[in-house]
Design a protein around this ligand. Sequence first.
Ligand code: GTR
Length: 360
Amino acid sequence: MVQARLEELNLPDILTFNDGNRVENKDMWPRRRAEIIQLLGSQVYGFSPPPPPDVYWNIESRDDMAFANKAVHSVVSLKFETPKGEFSFPVHLIIPKTTVPPPLFLNIAFRQNIPDIYLPVEEIIDQGFAIASFCYQDIVPDCDDGFVSGLADMYGAKNRKPDEWGKISMWAWAAQRVMDYLQKLDDIDKKRIAVVGHSRLGKTALWCAAQDQRFFMGISNNSGCSGAAISRGKKGERIKDIVNRFGYWFCENYSQYIDNEASMPFDQHFLIAAIAPRFVYVSSAAEDEWADPESEFLGCAAAYDAYKLFGLNGLIPGEKVPGTGDILHQGRIGYHLRTGSHYLSRYDWNQFIQYFRRWM
Ligand code: GTR
């Protein structure tokens, strides 16, 4: 049934180069992956500027006995140079007192709160994971302001070209700057960093992990339209809906695909495949019809061939589209479909942790 559904959708092939040649082995993958990033950059999210030469930071506060003395919680302001001078934003870093440097979740957050309804800090650190978290609104406000504030202003994005960054790219780029910083620390496992986000920030997390191979894993929760979900045949939110309400999340070129999905030389399985052979996790919620769990699942299933090139398994689906309560953790793409609505829950976090552990 899964296979039949995928065939029906007639998706562009992740393993065919733009010139029509086939990717035959894993050595050819980096070149195809670069094409995929180019496509998604120019047509969906928009290209970002190159990274700044370096990142710097100040430690604003540090609690050595945080969370019942189980962790060190610091707030750092991360700083770097931009065309209009220095830009800075706060990052929370919570490192559990483990015997070995812990793996880390880089959380792209809706709010600065520590903990937060979407970030059960104690449960995460108690299971041996560190957290770095920043609030997306501290990068650039989530509104259609003509790109005149925050990071957008620093890079003069109000004059952006049709293939230049929208705000999802800006948030993803900021997460990469946090990654730059994390690479300078000694008390975390720098090779095991997962970037995680919910909804619009789940789209952001996937785009971030797709572009930046330093990430061990990309995790998107309920990311839906223009995230993990295949756009062709999608229920709930469509490109038309998202571009009309949130056009500033994307590059201008994306609007040409409104009611015109069949003409896209890509679909969202390209985004997931661009993370291959690294790990991806996609989670859906049964009542989240706007995101469309089935299309999110199909995004994962359709990325399978990128992993097969490496002799690895991507998502291992059964014959049928998963039902509520199903958990698929056997391959390099993890997936679950939980009960309930659009939300980043403790259940989701616990699944991410179990999956992460399984593959460490
Ligand atoms: C909705 C948007 C979705 C999703 C969601 C969210 O309004 O249409 O694509 O991103 O917001 O971020 O909560």
